[in-house]
Design a binder for this molecule. Sequence first.
Ligand code: PMP
Length: 427
Amino acid sequence: MSLPQPRRETRLDRYHDLYAERTKGLKASAVRSLFAVANRPEVVSLAGGMPNIASLPLDPLADMIAEMVRQHGPQVLQYSGAQGEERLREQICQVMALEQIDGNPDDVVLSCGSQQALDLITRTFIEPGDVILAEGPSYVGALNTFQAYQADVVHVAIDEYGLIPDALRQAALSCRAAGRRVKFCYTIPNFSNPTGATQSVSRRHELLAVAKEVDLLFIEDNPYGLLSLDHDPLPALRSFESERVIYLGSFSKTFSPGLRVGWALAPLAVKEKLILAQEAATLCPPVFSQFVVSEYLANWDWQGQIKTFRQLYRARRQALLAGLAEHMPPGLTWTKPGGGFFVWLTLPEGLDSQAMLPQALTHRVAFVPGTGFYADGLGARNMRLSFCFPSPEDILEGTRRLGEVITEALDLAQTFGLTHALPKESL
Ligand code: PMP
């Protein structure tokens, strides 16, 4: 009989005993290595969420930045305050006015993308084991941050209008009845990542009423609100309620993600904490990037540029929806977003999107499997398809390839009796 061999230590184990407990749950994405393949030119990637910045006027931008350094170098290349530049905070309030938010520049805290604002908020509020309510499915980057601070994410059911108010009430009450501390509810009201769902205005009012009733704070994450493709942007949750909502905005989707400029608009008490957290994290958010955004907003037809982005994304959404209608086998459903970047597809029972990914890459098409968007292991029958980056022609071709992959998987599953009819409640 052979004794079990001790596991051989690898270089990755070297500092294992020194790591903080909270890092133990962090794991590399199961599909990360496959995404290296997804980025090859022959693959149509419906996976990434990269904004299509090709329409930005690069030469004039380069001139503007050069002039900015020449004129204001000593200021834009220097440290500055942790809250962010006052001029930009004022401009941000004008941007938020498009969603009917009456914000005060003094309540705005700049961050390195809204992702960092999520991190600052989570480190400010969360003790290990605290509950965060979040729509299921939800943005994977937020779930990663919540996990990094050992929060327990409890998903709340959604329909085509996003969070279901009764489900939110029930989730908050039942967590509290079980003695759990519910810290906040994280929501993406416009063109959610990953489903594309948008809360109607009446739904927003209902959700705020529930928040009042059960004493809940909302984190309103809104990077896509101005990328509304069918109508004017809807009023933000924050436009109806200033104390119960921390609003997060970003220039990543309306200007440039590489500059990493986002912000939080927070109630006074929270704002003070976020400034301290920002100081501890970065001393100050990138001054140079803030000045670039500020100059852009001051000197550019930025609303015209957003219109250009909308045209570009409208054509791509049309291509994705038309391609799905033409090439998907029967038995699947998918969302029809009014903006943003994403469509959420539901496969018949018995199919597993993650298991399909290698085959999809062989067929030169990529998507993101659904399980990453849930903290509780659901999502195997879902995939997120993005329409932001490839050309409309490539998107159409991508859906044709994806149709072949799903049809093959379906044929195989039917041969082995694994598929069932799609349940009614699938989004
Ligand atoms: N929230 C959501 C819902 C997102 O989709 C993203 C980016 N994919 C972010 C936040 C982070 O964006 P950024 O940090 O670039 O502002």
